[in-house]
Design a protein around this ligand. Structure first.
Ligand code: TUI
Length: 318
């Protein structure tokens, strides 16, 4: 049984978060993960609080277990959503793509656990200082909007720099990833890509099929020039972004090309011209499963690996 401080902090059984993937992580997916003992996370994405309210009401009807809401701080409605979440007193808020500083006091007063994604040691220290309960180190291996550093380099440096628990994310899709994250000093993991192919995930089947077929070299990063790099599976849209790079296009042209592309992939199922966000670990994701089976399998593997590593000591491994 693998238990860490994250389990007691959040009252969950397994120290695993399901990544809050915009347009994808709804109440159905999050409830399945929370019911299986992890922390299910609803992504606010680019939605308004009215849309989010439907999902929060739904998850509360589906499970009594704790859940989280991911606030993507680039969202134009971020302020409105943040105030709404304080009123709703959701158990956990995860923030991404920015600094949640202005909302911290309000959320802490509402007794919400706040866990920001920190792209560097400096941000992790700052988030600890302003009252974060834990931080997520999301490496550049992850899908979607990414930072510069890898999970392998960011995690141990943040672990050494802060006293709050650290959750590793990016590149984790099986028990080996969990064992590696714990070896780096993390006390939990956040997993996105593997949950894309969960039965309870409502993303379009074409999107799931692309992830199932992907191999190790199938992701690319679009939009580096805009300051908002996004990791996706290679497709015709990625070629169009490359053309813009060649033409030395203006940022506005990238923004025009990128508009609504995640919706086009995740909801419409156009995986040629949509933005099929996925982590580099997609090559390991080869089957559709329930969230419960994913979590049980990952932690079963991790336990075995951690036990077997003992055999490396004293040279008794065959
Ligand atoms: O936020 C994510 N991943 C995402 S958000 C998203 S939705 C989207 N759609 C279209 C275009 C762009 C995004 C898809 N994937 N991960 C968390 C994350 N946070 N990664 C990196 C960061 C981050 C970066 C900078 C966190 C804090 C930060 O602070 C520095 C600053 O400059 O604000």
């Amino acid at each position: 049984m693998i238990k860490t401080k994250i389990c007691s902090l959040l009252n969950i059984e397994y120290p695993i978060f399901q990544g809050g993937m915009a347009q994808i992580s709804d109440a159905n997916l999050a409830a399945a993960v929370s019911e299986a003992g992890g922390l299910g996370i609803i992504a606010a994405g680019n939605n308004t609080s009215e849309v989010l309210k439907v999902e929060i009401d739904k998850i509360r009807s589906l499970t009594d277990k704790p859940f989280g809401v991911n606030v993507m701080l680039l969202n134009v409605h971020a302020k409105e959503i943040s105030e709404f979440l304080a009123v709703e007193k959701v158990p956990v808020i995860i923030t991404g793509a920015g600094n949640p500083g202005v909302y911290m006091k309000m959320w802490k007063e509402a007794n919400i656990k706040v866990i920001p994604v920190a792209p560097s040691v400096a941000y992790a220290k700052h988030f600890e200082k302003i009252g974060a309960d834990a931080v997520i180190c999301e490496g550049t291996e992850a899908g979607g909007h990414i930072g510069e550093l890898t999970t392998m380099c960011l995690t141990p440096q943040v672990v050494d720099a802060v006293n709050i628990p650290v959750i590793a994310a990016g590149g984790i899709a099986d028990g080996r990833g969990i064992a590696a994250a714990f070896s780096l000093g993390a006390e939990g993991v956040q997993v996105g890509t593997r949950f894309l192919t969960a039965y309870e995930c409502n993303v379009h089947q074409n999107y799931k099929n692309r992830v199932l077929k992907a191999n190790d070299t199938d992701t690319a990063v679009t939009g580096r020039k805009t300051g908002h790099p996004v990791r996706v599976l290679k497709n015709k849209l990625v070629n169009q972004f490359k053309e813009l790079d060649k033409m030395n296009a203006e940022i506005e042209e990238y923004e025009n090309l990128g508009r609504r592309r995640l919706y086009i992939a995740a909801v419409d199922g156009d995986v040629d011209y949509g933005s099929v966000m996925s982590g580099q670990i997609a090559g390991l994701v080869n089957k559709e499963q329930s969230c419960k089976d994913i979590i049980n399998e990952m932690f079963g593997e991790a336990e075995k690996i951690i036990n077997n590593l003992n055999s490396y000591l004293g040279g008794c491994n065959e």
